[in-house]
Design a binder for this molecule. Structure first.
Ligand SMILES: [Zn+2]
Length: 319
């Protein structure tokens, strides 16, 4: 049996909402389905809420987040195998109960919060525990990786950081521009995650992390989710698992063997790494890593590193 997997990023809720194909048990057009999660031995899947920033028609953006959370409740949590995980106290079962798949909500880009901390708190109460500050563009809080201006945090953006700290929501720096990343380290002393980013030294892409960023995340005891997005891995027609392993090697060489985890981006990508094409195929990556690093590291990258982070940083129900 392959190691239990914790995957820190996917866009399945986005896909379910906007395609209307909401049957978790079926839909072969999706990377994440119930049979594929079981096949991949996924014990915890983080589910991103993402509203296309260019969407200017249709219902207001916050209500689109609510619709995505409605899909989560009506079409995921209705399956007895799927459980919502919100509190530190619930974590112990996450890797132990083989017949359960735990899920945690994250937000990818704060655009839809419209600068309103009541919206932020409402998402917290609905179970959102990770906050990606930007997608690729600018928003009311800060600029994303592809925004030419590369600006830092607005005053309201700084208030958002403080409120996330107070509530116990972890900030996610994937998609954040590098200047703002360094500003964030000044504004907050909490551990950060990069839920789905690779190493810029291996492949120079704006979505990847520089060595200095990787070292800073490690120094904070944060986590980096290795992502299966082929265009962040290598500039090739067919990207392979071996190409992805180079990014893992690099982060490990920077001292990140206890800080690297998985952040697939399944259902957020149209091209795939060969043999790593849906949630049922995580074990293919783990097999390659086991030969290279041995079982203890495979356990760490599959779930151990993410699990330890969650056990220290998920909010406690008692607090
Ligand atoms: Zn993303």
């Amino acid at each position: 049996m392959s190691q239990r997997v914790i995957d820190f990023h996917c866009d399945v809720l986005y896909k379910m909402l906007y395609t209307g194909e909401v049957d978790l048990a079926q839909h072969e057009s999706r990377d994440i389905t119930l049979p594929k999660l079981i096949e991949g031995n996924v014990g915890l899947q983080v589910l991103a809420l993402f509203v296309e920033p260019s969407l200017v028609t249709g219902p207001p953006r916050f209500s689109q987040l609510v619709r995505m959370i409605d899909v989560y409740h009506e079409h995921m949590l209705n399956h007895p195998e799927i459980r919502a995980l919100k509190w530190r106290e619930e974590l112990a079962d996450a890797v132990n109960q083989q017949d359960r798949i735990n899920t945690i909500l994250s937000l990818e880009g704060v655009d839809a919060l419209e600068g309103d901390l009541v919206y932020l708190r409402t998402l917290f109460h609905l179970g959102v525990r990770f906050i990606g500050l930007t997608w690729n563009h600018s928003n009311w809080a800060v600029d994303g990786t592809l925004e030419p201006r590369q600006a830092g945090f607005t005053e309201t953006g700084k208030q958002l950081i403080k409120e996330c700290e107070r509530l116990g929501m972890t900030l996610d720096v994937s998609h954040l521009n590098e200047a703002a990343f360094w500003e964030l380290l000044e504004l907050s002393d909490r551990p950060l995650i990069a839920s789905h980013s690779n190493a810029k030294a291996i492949f120079d892409h704006p979505r990847n992390l520089s060595d200095e960023q990787i070292k800073a995340i490690i120094a904070r005891d944060g986590r980096i989710g290795i992502t299966y997005v082929p265009y962040f891995v290598a500039d090739k027609e067919e990207v392979t698992i071996d190409d992805l392993v180079k990014h893992i090697d690099h982060i490990v060489n920077l001292g990140g063997n206890k800080h690297v985890m998985l952040g697939s981006d399944f259902d957020g990508i149209d091209k795939k790494i060969q043999g790593l094409e849906h949630a049922g195929q995580h074990p293919a990556l783990l097999e390659v890593l086991e030969k290279r690093y041995g079982q203890a590291f495979v356990q760490d990258i599959a779930h151990g590193n993410a699990y330890r982070f969650l056990s220290q940083n998920l909010p406690s129900r008692a607090e």
